[in-house]
Design a protein around this ligand. Structure first.
Ligand SMILES: [Mn+2]
Length: 337
């Protein structure tokens, strides 16, 4: 182990208020493994969000700043609002030798890259409660708001000279996964790291507007169609909205226009469990947002899915009515009819 990695890791963790020997060991191990790598492919999850892309882009910039070759790869196209993360980060030509996954809870979340990469991941950096990625080095911290926080800790431990571009990417990762610092996953550490990032002169207001507030016309059209499907169950404690493939077509919405839509039903006063049902071929993709009375991750696990306690997802096959019936039944079992 490199002495400086240990020293740097201790410093950044103490600054972040983390006092845990096992955590320190985990950071040292991961940072050292990253420093030992060259020709690295960093893998983001399918239907990429700001956390997986911001974390991957920041790590890629960091490795390149250390003279390593690195690329970010993703099964799906990068939405327009995240493209700034890749400014000046053109694809490098090399034969990849090492593979790192970021924000990927399970191999199938690599999408079409799963077959090629699932057995090759050496370092897995994540913050999901159940992580089933097979990797020699796993740095999984479910208490972290985002992988972005973990990337900050790793970069400081690796003695990377963080620049404005990296800081923007990490801030983007954190603000996306915390809904602009307002979800219950925000901790003191989240704000300490955000404070450090602001020292690089990043424009937080502009980033937050672009990543959180700004909506396309097609997204607004989609939201209006989705709202017209709103239904209540469990004495109005559960609300469901539905998005069909026809609505996606009619509104002209892109997949990323779904961002944030899943939080609409839960935002209604009195609703403890908000559900979004999205048609996906012959199945229904379910997103659940909940308050403390419903553990969304456990609920989704009953249907083969997973996620976080307040935000999780799963997929149900079969008809719309059957899918809705089994969901409502499962929720009634928790919060009552
Ligand atoms: Mn994440």
């Amino acid at each position: 182990m490199k002495y400086s990695v240990k020293k740097n890791a201790k410093n950044v963790l103490s600054q972040c208020g983390v006092d845990d020997k096992n955590y320190l060991d985990s950071v040292i191990k991961t940072a050292s493994a990253l420093l030992d790598m060259d020709d690295v492919e960093i893998i983001s999850h399918r239907s990429p969000d700001g956390d997986t892309l911001g974390s991957a882009a920041a790590l890629c910039r960091a490795l390149r700043s250390l003279g390593r070759r690195a690329n970010v790869i993703c099964a799906d196209q990068i939405p327009e609002k995240y493209q700034f993360m890749f400014d000046g980060l053109n694809k490098q030509e090399f034969d990849p030798k090492h593979f790192v996954s970021v924000d990927i809870a399970a191999p199938h979340l690599m999408g079409c890259l799963e077959e090629k990469y699932a057995d090759k991941i050496e370092i897995c950096i994540d913050h999901h409660i159940k992580n089933s990625v097979n990797a020699a080095v796993k740095f999984v911290d479910e208490a972290s708001s985002s992988v972005g926080e973990l990337i900050w800790i790793l970069l400081k431990s690796m003695d990377v000279s963080v620049d404005k571009g990296m800081a923007e990417c990490i801030f983007a990762a954190i603000t996306t996964d915390t809904g602009c610092f307002k979800y219950s996953n925000v901790t003191l550490r989240t704000h300490i790291i955000a404070m450090e990032l602001m020292k690089f002169g990043i424009d937080c207001a502009a980033l937050n507007f672009k990543l959180i507030d700004e909506e396309t016309k097609s997204k607004l059209a989609l939201k209006s169609m989705a709202l017209s499907t709103l239904e209540y169950y469990c004495q109005d404690k559960c609300a469901i909205i539905t998005i069909t493939s026809d609505m996606m077509k009619e509104s002209g919405a892109a997949p990323e226009d779904m961002d944030g839509v899943a939080s609409i039903p839960r935002s209604i006063r009195g609703v403890q469990c908000g559900i979004t049902m999205k048609e996906d071929g012959n199945a229904w993709k379910i997103s659940i947002r909940s308050d403390e009375s419903v553990n969304a991750a456990e609920l989704c696990a009953k249907f083969g899915g997973g996620g976080h306690a307040r935000a999780a997802g799963c997929k149900l096959n079969g008809s719309y009515d059957d899918a809705k019936k089994s969901l409502v039944k499962a929720i009634e079992d928790i919060i009552g009819k």
